[in-house]
Design a protein. Structure first.
Length: 292
């Protein structure tokens, strides 16, 4: 008797292929690929100090208009382990005095493998390619790329660590890279000065990004705090604000699931179409509903 059923072995092969395909593509299926992701770091304030605060009207206007993760927690105290989680997917260090280098998988490696461009824009960095210690109000432990061997051991890649003044130049000439990591100095990121000063800096220096024609064609801006106050140790580093804005952000989007810095690294990989997201990001919870 004839039958239209596939042999069991054929069905098994197709099912196995479907599972592999789903596993490979799930991380990138949660977000549409974009041309530009810009991450701006803020410092040392908890969610309740920031969201709804009259000290940060500009950031709150972005949170209201675009996307906000309402249940986002940093991974550790103090700062450096959080910066590493955002870029290599592991905390690596237990304090800000770490002097080693990182040889493992990292966001730069994946960007280069995918043919993507990147830059760190660090305020008060003395010159392009600088990977040394603190300088004026620039602190090295707010720049995780200065520890990654793919960068520090490369005469080419280290030149992608540039003073923040280059951001204005690149924006004006429509030359932003695919991935930008913005490091304000410790007065402008709320570490050693007020939230109001950090908010004014954001409005003046990052606000123009949202009206830039190149960015508006395909871009996502992410503003995130590295950690909450030391007294908040929930999930390692406390409840913090993470705002997603720009043309590829969902207007009024909210994500209420538990998320941490490794989740943001996973989202970054998805937005840029990177196939091998580093460290814990590979298995992290996906942030959904904030990007188109």
């Amino acid at each position: 008797m004839k039958t239209n059923a596939l042999p069991l072995c054929g069905l098994a092969r197709r099912a196995a292929f479907a599972v592999v395909l789903l596993a490979c593509c799930w991380g990138n299926a949660m977000a549409q690929h974009v041309s530009h992701v810009v991450i701006v770091m803020e410092e040392n304030h908890g969610y309740s100090q920031v969201i709804g605060s009259s000290a940060m009207p500009y950031l709150n206007s972005l949170a209201s208009k675009y996307g906000l993760a309402t249940n986002y927690y940093s991974d550790a105290h103090p700062s450096l382990p959080n910066y590493f989680m955002l870029t290599v997917g592991n905390k690596i260090a237990s304090n800000d005095s770490y002097t080693g280098t990182i040889t493992g998988n990292n966001i730069v490696r994946q960007l280069l493998l995918a043919g993507k461009t990147w830059k760190v824009y660090a305020e008060e960095l003395p010159y392009a390619g600088y990977t040394g210690g603190d300088h004026l109000n620039y602190v090295k432990h707010h720049n995780p790329f200065a520890y990654i061997t793919d960068v520090v051991n490369s005469s080419v890649e280290k030149l992608n660590i540039v003073p923040f003044t280059q951001f204005h130049t690149d924006l004006a000439s429509n030359a932003l890279p695919n991935y930008s990591f913005v490091v304000p100095d410790i007065l402008d990121d709320a570490h050693s000065a007020s939230l109001a000063q950090a908010d004014a800096w954001l409005k003046t220096n990052i606000g123009p990004l949202l009206s830039n024609s190149e960015f508006r064609s395909s871009g996502v801006l992410i503003v995130v705090f590295d950690e909450a106050l030391d007294s908040d140790t929930r999930h390692g580093g406390g409840h913090v604000a993470m705002v997603v804005a720009g043309p590829n952000a969902v207007p009024g989007g909210r994500y209420a699931g538990l998320a941490q810095h490794e989740s943001l690294l996973k989202l970054t990989c998805a937005l840029l179409g990177l196939s091998n997201c580093p460290g814990k990001a590979a298995s992290a919870t996906a942030i959904t509903g904030l990007t188109k």
